[in-house]
Design a binder for this molecule. Sequence first.
Ligand code: PLP
Length: 222
Amino acid sequence: MNISDNLKTLRKHIPENVQLVCVSKFHSSKEITAAYDVGERIFGESRVQELVEKQALLPQDIQWHFIGHLQTNKIKYITPFVTLIHGVDSLKLLNAINNQAAKNNRVISCLLQLHIAQEDTKFGLTKEELTILLNSNEFKQMKHVKIAGLMGMATFTDDEKQVEKEFSYLNETFQQIKIEYFSNEPAFKERSMGMSQDFRLAIKNGSTMVRIGTAIFGNRNY
Ligand SMILES: *Cc1c(COP(=O)(O)O)cnc(C)c1O
């Protein structure tokens, strides 16, 4: 598995205006360094412990994104350094991030996760839950989180029509939410969608941020 060749091939399919998050979960610091050495700076991890260990060991100019399901009691370990938290799917979690960010004197960028897949096993807010969150007084008072956009995960299927439908739904919802809640907020601009299997369809449907692991680092050993 040649990480630099994989990245060279992958980069040809990702336009300049789309950010690549190299999903390095379950991969070693050595493998991350191989990607770093060819210029990658944004890495995504899904487990707090693993992220904290890697952050301490690896170059300090890496921008670490948390892409997993975050438990409130573990937020404090990543708030000193995390650049972006994808997949925030409750007011309770956002509030807890806000509190920890305040203790660190930071404003932490977050993406709200929209439920777009057919499977109900995947996390995320419905559009209605999303608007309830954004309308809440509790949210309006948070000073230490910034909502940078939406994140979503499509159904795991070969049915491209279905996947496209889900990505375009996220994009449409993003546009509506932007007009209604963030028209004066240029930071609200990201649509984090697309993984190794479906990133081309995601980009075609408005993705600004793809999260790719396997196509860079190969299969994970769980
Ligand atoms: C693991 C993971 C990815 C990367 O998936 P690949 O299929 O390896 O590209 C992307 N997003 C999330 C939320 C993940 O947990």
